[in-house]
Design a protein around this ligand. Structure first.
Ligand SMILES: NC(=O)c1ccc[n+]([C@@H]2O[C@H](COP(=O)([O-])OP(=O)(O)OC[C@H]3O[C@@H](n4cnc5c(N)ncnc54)[C@H](OP(=O)(O)O)[C@@H]3O)[C@@H](O)[C@H]2O)c1
Length: 289
């Protein structure tokens, strides 16, 4: 049993922290900007509520975090009441936020100077993956810190991989999002075409999902897409944040991402349709407009 803190009890963080407590058996202190959520978590799982990230991180072996973007991550780490103010020597900060590789490298360096470790550890698997404790975790950082943290991360993961030095977890997550962007647009076009052709979409998917076109998105999203249901899942706003990170990194490393850039604009259209919090499969709604 380790002493653990978790910062950010959102759609992802809330159940992830729950697995650290219930599956991992760890002693968990939680911090959430909106305190009511932290109080609700403690009422449900036990543990302790902290008033600031620094208070939560004080004396802990592992400090987990899952907030929105680079700025939020900076606020809870190096901000005035951030966790980096109180992390103990030898502790490990594990960041599950999807953020830039740049901020990961910056925070890893700052942590090293202060005598503790930082791992960038973004996740894939969505809300259901977090609730069921079966996330894929892509980690960047030092092997020694990874080896210590992996058994703890295992509480909410099915796959945990060390991808390389600081920032490599975020770079791997970018590849994940690049692959998803084009794929979801392809799936949306397929279903759109099938409807126009007058075919039974359920029947079409039942057959083609067993062949070369099959994918997680097809398996898990075709039913809701066919029903025009998007008020759940991975928000378009988050996807645009992620694609922005991918496109900025591509500007730096020279990669060409023409389809990713185009799909990013399609998501902008979806935002304009009122779909900021819709699931990313709502690209179909744009075609049906
Ligand atoms: N949802 C998914 O399916 C999914 C899948 C994979 C990866 N991700 C990534 O995981 C991260 C979290 O996503 P989510 O869906 O859990 O988001 P969310 O439900 O919006 O939760 C965000 C959390 O961050 C906190 N937060 C935001 N800004 C903050 C700040 N400046 N200071 C302190 N706390 C702050 C929020 O606190 P409040 O409660 O006070 O707002 C909340 O606890 C994002 O980077 C997202 O891209 C999400």
């Amino acid at each position: 049993m380790a002493s653990v803190a978790f910062l950010g009890l959102g759609v992802m963080g809330y159940p992830m922290a729950g697995h650290l407590r219930n599956k991992g058996g760890h002693d968990v202190t939680v911090y959430n900007r909106t305190k009511a959520k932290a109080e609700q978590w403690v009422a449900q799982h036990g543990g302790t509520v902290a008033n600031t990230p620094a208070e939560a991180a004080d004396g802990k072996d592992f400090v987990f975090c899952c907030v929105g973007n680079d700025d939020d991550l900076r606020a809870v780490t190096i901000g005035a009441e951030g966790a980096f103010q109180s992390m103990k020597q030898g502790a490990i900060f594990i960041d599950n936020t999807t953020a830039s590789a740049e901020v990961a490298r910056e925070l890893a360096e700052k942590a090293q100077v202060r005598g503790f470790s930082f791992l960038d550890a973004p996740v894939s698997g969505g809300q259901a993956g977090a609730e069921n404790g079966v996330l894929t975790v892509m980690v960047g950082g030092e092997q020694k810190a990874f080896d210590k943290a992996k058994p703890v991360i295992d509480a909410y993961a099915r796959m945990v991989g060390l991808m390389g030095r600081a920032g490599s977890g975020q770079l791997t997550k970018m590849i994940n999002q690049i692959c998803i962007a084009g794929l979801v647009q392809g799936l949306a076009e397929g279903i759109h075409f099938g409807k126009k052709a007058g075919l039974d979409i359920e029947k079409v998917i039942e057959v083609i999902s067993r062949g070369a076109a099959g994918s997680w998105q097809m398996e898990n999203r075709h039913k809701t897409m066919n029903a025009g249901k998007y008020d759940f899942g991975f928000a378009v706003d988050w996807m645009r944040k992620d694609l922005g990170i991918c496109l900025a990194e591509a500007d730096r490393n020279g990669a060409k991402l023409p389809v990713t850039a185009l799909v990013d604009q399609f998501y902008k259209d979806v935002q304009g349709m009122g779909g900021k919090r819709w699931d990313t499969s709502s690209l179909l709604a744009r075609l049906e407009k």
